[in-house]
Ligand binder design. Structure first.
Ligand SMILES: Cc1cc2nc3c(=O)[nH]c(=O)nc-3n(C[C@H](O)[C@H](O)[C@H](O)COP(=O)(O)O)c2cc1C
Length: 322
C-alpha cells in the first residue's frame, strides 16, 4: 500500500471511530471529509439544538469529543499528526505525518471508545477514591482543561443551579418540542436518545439528573447520590476554539473514567442557561469558564447496564472526497 493509501485508510478509520463519541442528545452534529491526506471536521447546523443551544456551545463540545475520538484512533495506529484549527471553514483539520511504534496506553484508550457510555442509573455509596479523582483531573489537564471537584457546600450550589436551569427549560414550549424530537422511543435512524437509556423514574438525588420530559425503560435503581462526587470541567475562554478544546477534554476525561470503571454522567443544563452558567462561573472563583458539570461515581455491578445508544451510519457522517 502506498503511503497516501495508508494515510487515507487511517483517516477513514479515525472518522469511523469518532462516530462513537458522546454528543448532546446524541445529535452527532459533525461531518468529516477525507481529502488530500487530511481529515476535516465540520459542525452540522441541521443537527444543532437551536432552542436549547442557540449559541452552539453544546454543538462545539460534541464536535470536540468526536475530534478527540479521531485522535485516539490515530494514536492507536501509531500515527503522529498535526491539527490546525482554522477560524473559517472546518473546525479542525488533522494531517498525519509519520508513523511510530504504538504506545500501550493508546491501545487501551481505543478500547475505551466502545466501553464508555452514558449510564443514568444511580451510583453506590462507595465514593470514588482520591487517587482516582487525581488521575481523572490529570487526564482533563493533559487535554487542556481543568476539573474542579466540589465540596459539600458547592454541591448544594450546583443542585440549585441545575434546578434553576431545569425550570427555565421546562417552561420553554419551543425547547420542549425540540427535546421531544430528539429524545425517547426507539430511534431507528441512529440518532437521539432511545427510551432504553432513560430512567423509568427520575432518581431522588441531591443534584437532579436532567429531566428529558419523558420516561424511559431503564431501571435506575433506588440509590441516592450520597456516594457521588460532583465536579465542574472548565477551560480558559469562551470562544469557539475553547469549546472545541473543552469537548476534547471531556472525551479524554470520560475515557479515563471508563478505564477506572468510574461512571461519569454529564450535567450540561446549568451551562446552557446564562444565569446558571454565571453561577457556576462564580463557583470557580472566576478562575475559568465552566464547560459542564459531571457526576462521578460507582455503579452497582449487579444491575445490568443500559444497551448502547445507536449511531448514524458512516456514510451519513463521512465523505471520502478522493
Ligand atoms: C456536551 C454534552 C452534554 C451532555 N449533557 C447531558 C445531560 O445534561 N444529561 C444527560 O443525561 N446526558 C448528557 N449527555 C450525554 C448524551 O446524552 C450522550 O452522550 C448521548 O446520548 C450518546 O450516548 P452515549 O454517551 O451513551 O454514547 C451529554 C453529552 C455531551 C457530549
Amino acid at each position: 500500500m502506498s503511503n497516501a493509501e495508508e494515510v487515507k485508510k487511517a483517516l477513514v478509520q479515525a472518522a469511523d471511530a469518532a462516530r462513537f463519541a458522546p454528543s448532546i442528545h446524541n445529535t452527532q452534529p459533525w461531518r468529516w471529509v477525507v481529502r488530500g491526506g487530511e481529515l476535516r471536521l465540520f459542525g452540522v447546523a441541521e443537527r444543532q439544538l437551536t432552542e436549547q443551544d442557540p449559541e452552539g456551545r453544546m454543538l462545539l463540545l460534541s464536535c470536540g469529543t468526536a475530534l478527540h475520538h479521531a485522535q485516539v484512533a490515530l494514536d492507536a495506529e501509531g500515527w503522529r499528526y498535526e491539527i490546525s484549527r482554522p477560524e473559517e471553514g472546518p473546525l479542525a483539520v488533522i494531517r498525519p505525518t509519520v508513523r511510530e511504534p504504538i504506545q500501550p496506553e493508546a491501545t487501551r484508550h481505543l478500547q475505551m471508545l466502545r466501553v464508555r457510555r452514558t449510564d443514568r442509573r444511580t451510583v453506590t455509596e462507595d465514593a470514588v477514591p482520591e487517587d482516582v479523582l487525581a488521575f481523572l483531573a490529570k487526564a482533563a489537564e493533559q487535554a487542556g482543561s481543568r476539573l474542579h471537584v466540589l465540596g459539600r457546600d458547592q454541591v448544594l450550589e450546583l443542585a440549585a443551579a441545575v434546578d434553576q436551569a431545569q425550570k427555565a427549560q421546562d417552561t420553554d414550549e419551543r425547547l420542549r418540542a425540540e427535546t421531544a424530537i430528539w429524545v425517547g422511543g426507539d430511534r431507528p435512524d441512529g440518532s437521539g436518545i432511545p427510551a432504553s437509556a432513560l430512567p423509568e423514574e427520575l432518581p431522588l438525588t441531591t443534584v437532579a439528573e436532567r429531566d428529558f420530559q419523558t420516561r424511559g425503560t431503564l431501571a435506575a435503581g433506588e440509590g441516592h447520590d450520597q456516594g457521588a462526587t460532583y465536579a465542574v470541567l472548565y477551560g480558559t475562554g469562551d470562544d469557539q476554539a475553547d469549546w472545541l478544546r473543552g469537548g476534547e477534554a471531556l472525551s479524554r476525561l470520560w475515557l479515563a473514567a471508563a478505564e477506572q470503571a468510574v461512571n461519569l454522567l454529564p450535567l450540561s443544563g446549568p451551562v446552557e442557561i446564562a444565569s446558571s452558567r454565571a453561577a457556576l462561573r462564580q463557583m470557580l472563583g472566576g478562575l475559568g469558564y465552566p464547560l459542564l458539570a459531571v457526576r462521578l461515581g460507582n455503579l452497582d455491578p449487579a444491575h445490568s447496564a443500559p444497551p448502547t445508544t445507536p449511531r448514524l451510519p458512516s456514510d451519513q457522517v463521512i465523505e471520502i472526497a478522493d
